[in-house]
Ligand binder design. Structure first.
Ligand SMILES: Cc1ncc(COP(=O)(O)O)c(C=O)c1O
Length: 449
């Protein structure tokens, strides 16, 4: 097996292009080759077991690995009718999933456009917003407001709304014009140097200033995640989203709620928007919509908005894919039957208090989260909140130490996030915390802390 593992790792670097990670890094370590998964664990080709702290590394696998019901349903659908083009033709699972999402979504969101992933769902949301404005006679209402630190995808439109200067964005510039960035509701590092609640939500109010500056007739939509996930698990104050909703209503700007990560129970409610009591105009979904069993994205909006658009001029060959929609229907059944949204809320509180118990470490700056979307932000100095320089690799060292012990962690800068599958149990959380605690202690010891 070990020999087979070495051979596969070497072939992987020879034949596969890996996203984001450098070729040097991949060839140095050799990529992990996974062969099977069950519950919250995956096994590599050498037989080593790993606990998945990030629902597949990218917040996707809500119902866990090895769900035979989903695999069987997909096989049945693929044998009966695997695909037909989406221009005016449709299959039963697509209609059923559309109806199900209409029941689950807040407010009057009832009409869904299905894509293959989250970036396409976000692109579709922008195109719905722009086409809606165009059809209503506002030919210049094309601008989109996003936030610094936001991640909304890697296709050109979604990337243009991604508020970071990582190589992902910098190398691809110039991106489509018309995207503007407000401050993130990042209270631990407020752009305005203010503290909640004395700040009077300056970060939300700055959105109004951008709209006024750009001209309300020129701004089509505001996009944001209820809790910023890849931005570092940023949970806004309770009044933040109601204030954004108010501003959007005042200026006729559509509110796009990106639930690609927050949806399907991640934050302890079915959609993150339920925490804030707001009704978005458009919601984007992906990842956990199928728990990763098949590629699927979705953009749901209101009849009122779609009625303003005679025909939606946007298409992908694999819109409305029957096999992916089937996977999603069974995935949602499991989430409902096993009460995984409730489990996310309960286990999320347990995990958060476990992470808080690590606060005595000299490098643990802030612990934060909502449901099973949680994180530790590490700092070099607790008082000044100074960051570890990237080249020091402090969080990378924690991750390497945890990996040796069979725990896969993921970081964003100096932040390590803990977003396990929603099926996680207390004893699995205890195991995760214990390995993390030891890895932090060891990394600190190596720095002489
Ligand atoms: C909030 C959010 N939106 C959109 C996307 C893009 O999704 P995908 O990678 O499936 O294209 C991501 C991916 O991480 C995301 O986190």
């Amino acid at each position: 097996m070990a020999e087979q593992g070495a051979e596969l790792r070497s072939k992987a670097t020879e034949y596969v292009v890996f996203p984001v990670v450098s070729r040097d890094e991949v060839s140095k370590l050799g990529p992990l080759v996974f062969v099977r998964g069950e519950g919250i664990y995956v096994w590599d080709v050498d037989g080593k077991r790993y606990m998945d702290s990030m629902a597949s590394g990218v917040y996707a696998v809500h119902v866990g690995y090895g769900r035979q019901q989903i695999a069987k349903a997909m096989q049945e659908q693929a044998s009966r009718l695997h695909y037909f083009c989406p221009y005016g033709y449709v299959s039963e699972p697509v209609i059923k999933l559309g109806q199900k999402l209409a029941e689950l979504a807040p407010g009057d969101l009832t009409l869904t456009f299905f894509t293959c992933d989250g970036s396409e769902a976000v692109e579709s949301a922008f195109k719905i917003a722009k086409q809606w404005a165009y059809c209503k006679g506002y030919r210049r209402k094309y601008k989109i407001i996003s936030r610094r630190r936001a991640y909304h995808g890697s296709t050109m439109g979604a990337l243009a709304a991604t508020g970071t200067m990582s190589p992902l964005r910098e190398i691809m510039e110039p991106l489509p014009p018309g995207y503007y960035f407000a401050s993130a509701p990042y209270c631990y590092r407020c752009d305005f140097g203010l503290s909640y609640p004395d700040c009077k939500l300056q970060c939300a109010n700055s959105v109004e200033q951008i709209i006024q500056h750009e001209g309300p007739d020129n701004v089509a939509a505001f996009i944001g995640e209820m809790v910023m996930a890849a931005g570092g698990c940023i949970v806004p104050p309770p009044e933040y989203w109601p204030r954004i909703r108010e501003i959007c209503d005042q200026y006729g700007v559509l509110l796009i709620d990106d639930e690609v990560v927050c949806g399907f129970g991640r934050t302890g409610k079915f959609f993150g928007a339920e925490h804030y009591g707001i009704e978005p105009d458009i919601i984007t979904m992906a990842k956990c919509i199928t728990s990763g069993y098949a590629p699927l994205g979705a953009t749901i909006t209101t009849k009122e908005i779609i009625d303003d658009i005679p025909a939606f001029w946007h298409v992908h060959t694999y819109n409305n894919h029957p096999v992916s929609c089937t996977a999603s229907l069974v995935n949602i059944d499991i989430i409902e039957e096993e009460k995984l949204v409730e489990n996310s809320a309960t286990m999320g509180k347990y995990l958060l208090s476990g992470l808080e118990s690590l606060s005595d470490h000299p490098t643990v700056g802030e612990v934060r989260g909502l449901g099973l979307l949680t994180a530790i932000e590490f700092v070099k100095d607790k008082k000044t909140r100074g960051r570890f320089p990237e080249e020091q690799g402090f969080c990378t060292r924690i991750m390497d130490l945890a990996l040796d012990e069979g725990l896969i962690l993921r970081r964003v800068e100096n932040i390590i996030e803990f977003c396990p599958p929603l099926i996680i149990t207390k004893s699995e959380i205890d195991e995760m915390l214990e390995i993390t605690d030891q890895a932090i202690s060891q990394a600190e010891k190596e720095l002489g802390l």
